[in-house]
Design a protein around this ligand. Sequence first.
Ligand SMILES: [Fe+2]
Ligand SMILES: [Fe+2]
Length: 504
Amino acid sequence: MDDPLIGYFQSHRKLVEGDALDLIRSAPQPLDLSRQLIELAGADSPFVTRAMVESLLRPTGPTRAPPAGPMDVRLENTRASAGPSATAPELRVLREGFEPLAADRDPLEAYSGLFSHRFAALSRILRGRSGLPDLVGIGSVRGRDGEFSLIAMVREIRTTSEKHHTILTVEDESGTLEALVPKGSPEVREPFLVDEVVGLRVRFSRERSRLPVVTGVLRPDVPVTRDSHRPDFDTRAVFISDLHIGSRSFLSDAWDRLVAYLREEGPQPEVAATVRHVVIAGDLVDGIGIYPNQERDLAVVDIFEQYAELGRRLRELPARIQVVAIPGNHDAVSPAEPQPALPPELASLVRGSVQILPNPSTFSLDGVVVTAYHGRGFDDLIPALPGASYARPTDVMKRMLSMRHLAPMYGGKTPLSPQSRDGLIIDPVPDIFVTGHAHTFGADRYRGILLLNASTWQAETEYQRMRNISPVPARAALVRLTDLSLQVLDFSGEVPPTPERGAS
Ligand SMILES: [Fe+2]
Ligand SMILES: [Fe+2]
């Protein structure tokens, strides 16, 4: 069965009536509708009926509005203190990386489909750039003389043993090419990564004994300037990550301080009152069996109990706040990226104003575009990039933006899901890019994009001590969406909040 829609329902253990399926297919946003149906069916019912589809499609239906365009979630404003705007916090899902896999796909074929989609999508971005004149296909360039541009995927990177030059093997749809990047040339200052897509300026020589020489590199990157939407009222979002609920090292007191702050019971209650969104960048719970002897570190050993506890903790937040969360590598979904949202039997334990989306996801909060990615890709990029470290994840995030990809390398520590479309490409370009996973706190800006690595609510575990990771826990990034100014809140002790930093 290779119908992705049926596969999607199957992955959520739901059976769809035949004529319900026809109705879903003819809807403007079949996948969004399917997700709403799975939610509507809840954990108990294995069936999706035609009546359920009709109830969602009815223009003034009793359950909710029709799925027009990107999914639109609006929550009732339950408190008057939500800020000067009378509207409810607005969350619009713009892009979910996850796509359900058909059950019987040939994995090899599927990966080749994934890579050709990646190549096509990133070449489209590069083709619009001015730095690649005389663009040719690899297959048409053999035996020619002169300088040409190529768009290619890097397949292999070697260093020559004598002179330490770099030899790249690159590939496009028309062929494969070896090219030399001379040692010390400015083009190797930023190292190449396997499976990234780059634009290259290459000098060819008719002499067969000489390799073509790379004279310039252009990455897809994010544009320097672009149109951005900013809300015209005072609205803020708090970014946190890596709660690891269920771990013995979960920082319960620090969490209570965050809750008190958001309930306007801490310092600067007038600022706290304008927080309308909380974003959590994955590792919501500690999970089970994630690393050797993890059970010694667990306070809650049952995965359902961990999510029930997560639900209890999140319901402590004021009801005016819309929570958006994505899973991470500790959560109870497939570790292959993109990861799906939580299955309904777990999502139902985290009810209330909480929206759990796949990892990664791109959504807008009151019009400001956010890409949230847990950050497993760091595990491959940090060892591959000289000078990169878990202490400075925002440096790696800049590189993700410049290659417009969150985790390109196949066959490393980040398992990639063989989807027909590459869900790890960064598109659209966000205003805020948030990750977790590194258990540190980082904030930086790149071409107008606010980069955040959103700390953790877990103290150091024995396992991290062994791997030499020292966390920077209990920090929350408070962002004023009106101008992207940032304030770092430290809930690890009794430190008062630092002043807001400008959007420069
Ligand atoms: Fe984590
Ligand atoms: Fe993680």
